[in-house]
Design a protein around this ligand. Structure first.
Ligand code: BTN
Length: 258
């Protein structure tokens, strides 16, 4: 099990991880973090688990992770952002995760819209952002992060699309050191969000995204749209050029035609 003592030892963060909850098994770290946030836990609180019985994914999906192999955690933020700027937190998360994973492995990681981290063309990390507002003002955000660190195999239907650091690099990674690196990178980038410096985060996300200028297909529910990925709009929506003009998407799954 992840040791709380080891995580806190030498962490040296300003905000992130000052309060840390570690569980051997939990329904969902996001669900727990949401309850803690509703009862006033401070910004930077982190909830970590070795295993989730009801891990949540994007678009109502489940997130399944081998017990004790990966990193499953949620970070609570209380940003002073306007409601329409809430999407920046997804890009903030993707950037700090990519930076931390690069530090850990020495290899480069790509960002994929809307909130995946890719390694050698396969997904190794998913982000689930759950925001709470009160009267149009931000109350709190829960950023849920699942990183496939040491998972050895995936279900057949995921094998083509998902991977772990273990599968790509051929050795296991220390979960505590990896978590510390992630908490440090989030803590350092958080100051940019707090100062309203979001352009540099978007620039870094864009430079890590290999999708622009390429033919893509977006699937959202029953809808399927193909075109060329052009750019992100100010709210983080994906703008695509299609046969009938430009369309902007705020949710969905993208595949890039090779
Ligand atoms: C996705 O669908 O790609 C997002 C997956 C997010 C999974 C993480 S695991 C830790 C946190 N707790 C949850 O229940 N979900 C997120």
């Amino acid at each position: 099990m992840i040791s709380k003592q080891r995580v806190l030892k030498g962490l040296k963060t300003q905000v992130v991880g000052k309060k840390l909850f570690v569980f051997e098994s939990i329904d969902s770290t996001n669900a727990c973090a949401k309850t803690l946030a509703e009862t006033g836990t401070p910004e930077g609180t982190v909830v970590v688990a070795d295993f989730q019985t009801s891990g949540r994914g994007r678009l109502g999906r489940t997130w399944i992770s081998e017990p004790g192999a990966n990193l499953l955690f949620s970070l609570i933020l209380r940003p002073t952002l306007k409601k329409e700027s809430a999407g920046i937190l997804t890009f903030f998360s993707a950037v700090f995760i990519a930076r931390a994973l690069e530090r850990i492995t020495g290899h480069s990681f790509e960002c994929k819209w809307p909130n995946d981290i890719m390694l050698n063309g396969k997904k190794c990390c998913g982000i689930l952002l759950e925001n709470s507002f009160q009267h149009e003002k931000f109350d709190f955000a829960v950023i849920g992060i699942g990183i496939n660190l040491n998972q050895t195999s995936f279900a057949e239907d995921l094998n083509e699309r998902a991977t772990s650091l273990f599968k790509e690099f051929g050795h296991t990674f220390d979960r505590v050191s990896a978590l510390q690196e992630l908490l440090r990178e989030s803590d350092s980038l958080l100051s940019n969000v707090q100062r309203g410096e979001v352009t540099s985060i978007m620039d870094e996300w864009n430079s890590r995204c290999a999708m622009f200028g390429k033919p893509v297909t977006i699937v959202h529910g029953e809808d399927r749209t193909s075109g060329t990925a052009l750019r992100l709009d100010a709210e983080g929506g994906l703008v695509i050029s299609t046969a009938s003009g430009e369309s902007t998407f705020y949710a969905g799954d993208v595949t890039i035609a090779q």
